[in-house]
Design a protein around this ligand. Structure first.
Ligand code: GDP
Ligand code: IMO
Ligand code: MG
Length: 437
């Protein structure tokens, strides 16, 4: 079984980092394949908490090769910062890393464009990006004329390329921002900065498509770490309130270069409730005491931007859609402990749109804005779950809540998480992780 992918089924921050870290133990290679430093994945090992934006969450397990594949938009400064931090903290094998020479590189103009671009969309709400230059870099990749890939940093004409693109970007950015806010970018400074990054990262740069194809052909076990969540997928999410890559299960092959036949297990990660950072419709949002309580109890503040996350009830219409879209075989239900102490829990099982009931997730954002959630109410539980390790030791109402999620989504549950630490995990699928301590 060479390939497993881990996909967030909501709007990101489902605790994919924790699941990837656990699953790393049964894999040889861990791959990030889309997104970039807009991601913030948390891994807790003993008393140490690691926040990873670019390096795969497998990096904390010695002996595993980590790959950042061609579909990622790459911020070299951030990668160097994360490597330095891991080294400083004594992480063994912190640089067992391969970086695709096909990756598109984030440059200072991408940050400037992300800031300057009028993000107000056709219906007036801001996307509220992470300001990490992600959208502008993906736009340049598709546009080709101003794109620079990691491999280009080692070509003899790199300096001229930077000068050429900087000239064009200064014109474009000047046209987007008020004159008193415009500081032209300096090509010589940028060239020198990126030349230094290139020298530092050279030992890791490789053709990762060939590396991964060879590894898959040899039967190596490969774990694909999705970033963001399927509802943020640029093609299949809540467009335009999405990120700029394919963050659902459909993105694994194009981002990594490995054909779908090598991905034979898809694990969907869901929070026991819903959160969203940034703009866009969120039918089950609880902009009230319940939402605030979930935010406080779940520490729901962005890993990257520290923005308060919007919180709400579990939306089973949405996760049934993203689970089908991603071809999910099983799900992991995360942060169940956060719901302790609520008298009742609601699960959205259908939407009512213009008086009509449906359980289809709308393709158009206007319809999603008008969707009124139809809730099923389940009794809550008061017990603290953070020390529970066996399914049988969960309160009956917590079991019933999980069973209902599994039933509505139509997939079995593999793991239930009751805290950030590795051992705060209930293994339901006994075959999975048999060897994990
Ligand atoms: P990711 O982007 O999907 O990897 O998720 P984030 O790291 O952005 O956010 C998940 C947060 O929840 C992190 O702070 C984790 O340490 C924390 N976490 C993970 N699992 C659990 C859990 O079961 N219970 C609680 N209370 N926190 C958890
Ligand atoms: P992880 O991998 C949650 C959101 C932003 C914004 C939209 C577009 O940690 O789950 P972008 O900067 O990508 O152009 O922003 O997507 N977003 C995330 N939300 N978790 C993430 O990553 C996210 N990455 C991007 O808040 O709404
Ligand atoms: Mg996150």
């Amino acid at each position: 079984m060479p390939g497993t992918s881990v996909i967030g089924l909501q709007w990101g921050d489902e605790a994919k980092g924790k699941i990837v870290d656990l699953l790393t133990l049964e894999h040889d290679i861990v791959v990030r394949y889309q997104g970039g430093a807009n991601a913030g994945h948390t891994v807790v090992v003993g008393d140490q908490t690691y926040k990873l934006s670019l390096l795969p969450s497998g990096v904390l397990t010695p002996g595993v090769t980590c790959v950042i594949a061609g579909g990622v938009v790459f911020n070299p400064a951030k990668a160097i910062e994360e490597l330095d931090e891991l080294k400083r903290r004594g992480v063994e094998d912190y640089d067992n890393l391969k970086l695709s020479d096909r990756m598109h590189v984030i440059f200072p103009w991408h940050f400037a464009e992300d800031r300057a671009m009028d993000q107000s969309t056709s219906d007036g709400e801001n996307i509220g990006t992470t300001q990490r230059g992600i959208g502008p870099c993906y736009r340049d990749k598709v546009g080709r004329a101003f794109a620079i890939r990691l491999g280009d940093l080692y070509r003899p004409n790199f300096r001229e390329r930077v000068e050429h693109v900087t000239r064009a970007k200064n014109v474009a950015i000047a046209a987007m921002v008020p004159a008193n806010e415009f500081t032209p970018l300096n090509a010589a400074d940028i060239y020198e900065q990126y030349r230094d990054y290139a020298a530092r990262l050279k030992p890791y740069v490789d053709d990762t498509t060939d590396y991964l194809l060879t590894a898959a052909e040899q039967g190596k076990r490969i774990l694909f770490e999705g970033a963001q969540g399927a509802l943020l997928d640029v093609d299949h999410g809540t467009y335009p309130y999405v990120t700029s890559s394919n963050s659902s299960g459909v993105g694994v092959s194009n981002g990594s270069g490995l054909p779908a036949k090598y991905i034979n297990r898809v694990i969907g990660v869901v929070k026991a409730y819903s959160t969203r950072v940034g703009g866009g419709p969120f039918p089950t949002e609880q902009n009230n005491d319940i939402g605030q309580r979930i935010r406080d109890q779940g520490n729901e503040y962005g890993t990257v931007t520290r923005r308060p996350r919007r919180c709400g009830w579990l939306d089973a219409v949405a996760i049934r859609y993203t689970s089908r879209l991603s071809g999910v075989d099983s799900i992991c239900v995360m942060l169940l402990d956060v719901l302790s102490g609520l008298d009742e829990l609601q699960i959205c099982t259908a939407y009512e749109i213009d008086g009509k009931r449906t359980n289809r997730f709308p393709s158009q954002v206007d319809d999603l804005r008008r969707a009124k959630p139809v809730y099923e109410t389940l009794p809550g539980w008061s017990e603290n779950l953070t020390k529970v390790r066996e399914l049988d030791d969960l309160p009956a109402n917590a079991r019933a809540y999980l069973d209902r999620i599994s039933e509505i989504v139509g997939t079995p549950i593999d793991m239930v998480s009751v805290g950030p630490a590795r051992d705060q995990t209930i293994r339901v699928g006994k075959k999975l992780l048999a060897g994990v301590r």
